[in-house]
Design a protein. Structure first.
Length: 423
């Protein structure tokens, strides 16, 4: 059965919100002002979700792009309106959570709408020979991919090379789960073959990459969980151990599991904004530091940096990067931030936080809140956990909030918040 609806607004996932039926509905790919026939996929007591069957009236802000995969959830919305969407959602989220006294800065963005991602994971299937692709949102419908519109060109080049090779040479491998391709600022590539077990990967699976000069590192990763796409252990197959990437002249050593921001250009611009909050006498704690990408970037602006990270590979990469960049005022602390923060909090006056999507646990937030640090700079990839955490930092005033459009065509939102200790 189909229903005629009118879209009022977008929710935080980019779904169109409809209110002219008995319940509130959320419709994927429907834009404000549009009318459409929809069908209901599932419903609860107070709401339902559905999909568009026929578009009746088209928004002037609709593009001709189609949402084929789950990582392109706003590709049908014109880019300027994507910016407005993020700024509106950011403001609403803060205000609804009682955070009202702050300056909402202009959204940080550039004009690179596509081909900005420096890393991508492609699932594989044997059909009967290996194919690289992905899945449509909330489905197990595999779709072969020959060109991913959001990734850098070198990644698409490797994607095409492998897809063509597997079909031409009739290659199959039932142990292979996915392939991760990472590119750097020079167009060089690291390729990681993720397998379901620890059997040695047959050379035929990666053979064409051995002679490709753009491929500088080849790894096998052992998938060790049904809830994660990659595992914690990677073994070098061929070529270099690491890939070098760069942000505004600062070089970073990247291993297979090293975290590095997906959009290189906007990340550099974001880190420059962080620098604006710092001065030469500041002593900084770089929390959840990863490879100390922020710590290294700001090191020439401040007196001292303490980068705290628990992951072994990230600590190794951070230390090697620091030597490579000849930075003398960073100390990398290998340990759990929950424990290590107490050891250095009295040495510093600034805390920079870039936590995972889950945010920071209450115990640590309480310690931070009582720490008497002068300034906190919080870079978040999840608005909901961000405002939850900010409400627990009661001894600090939120001074400014900067939305960052890190990922055009998606609903993913980065936010940079600057806080100062209450006087």
């Amino acid at each position: 059965m189909k229903y005629r609806v009118t879209c009022n607004e977008l929710d935080y996932r980019g779904y169109g919100v409809v209110k002219n039926l008995e319940k509130v509905g959320f419709i994927k790919n429907l834009l404000p002002g549009e009318e459409a026939y929809i069908k209901i996929n599932f419903e609860k007591r107070n709401f339902f979700e559905g999909e568009m069957v026929e578009l009746l009236t088209r928004s002037k802000f609709r593009t001709d792009f189609q949402d084929d995969l789950d990582n392109n959830s706003l590709i049908h919305l014109e880019s300027q309106m994507q910016l407005e969407f993020q700024k509106d959602i950011t403001a609403q989220t803060f205000l609804r959570n009682g955070i009202t006294n702050f300056k909402l800065e202009n959204i940080l963005h550039n004009d690179k709408l596509f081909n900005y991602r420096n890393k991508a994971l492609f699932f594989v299937r044997n059909n009967p020979f290996l194919e690289l692709g992905g899945y449509k949102e909330r489905s197990r419908n595999f779709q072969k991919i020959d060109n991913l519109i959001l990734v850098e060109t070198p990644i698409n080049n490797i994607l095409n090379e492998l897809n063509d090779y597997y079909q031409n040479e009739r290659v199959y491998c039932h142990e292979l789960s996915s392939i991760v391709i990472r590119s750097n600022y020079q167009g060089q590539v690291m390729v990681i073959f993720v397998t379901n077990n620890q059997k040695v990967l047959p050379e035929i699976v990666y053979k064409p990459l051995l002679d490709n000069p753009d491929v500088v590192s080849i790894y096998q990763n052992y998938k060790d969980s049904d809830t994660r796409n990659t595992g914690s252990v990677s073994v070098l197959i061929a070529k270099n151990e690491f890939l070098i990437d760069s942000l505004d002249g600062v070089e970073y050593v990247l291993y297979p599991n090293s975290f590095f921001q997906i959009n290189r250009d906007i990340t550099a611009d974001t880190y420059k904004l962080i620098n604006n909050f710092l001065d030469q006498n500041d002593i900084v704690i770089d929390a959840f530091a990863g490879i100390s990408s922020i710590g290294q970037f700001v090191s020439n602006k401040v007196k001292q940096v303490y980068s705290i990270e628990i992951d072994d590979d990230s600590v190794k990469a951070a230390k090697e990067s620091i030597v490579r960049n000849q930075i003398k005022n960073i100390e990398v602390i290998h340990g759990d931030f929950n424990k290590e923060f107490n050891k250095v909090k009295n040495k510093a006056n600034v805390l920079i936080i870039d936590p995972p999507r889950s945010g920071i646990n209450d115990k640590v937030l309480n310690i931070i809140n009582e720490s008497k640090l002068e300034k906190i700079i919080y870079l978040s990839c999840n608005l909901r956990t961000l405002v939850r955490d900010l409400k627990l930092l009661a001894n600090y005033d939120v001074i400014s909030v900067r939305p960052i459009k890190m990922f055009f065509q998606t609903v993913e939102m980065e936010t940079l918040v600057y806080l100062e200790a209450k006087k």
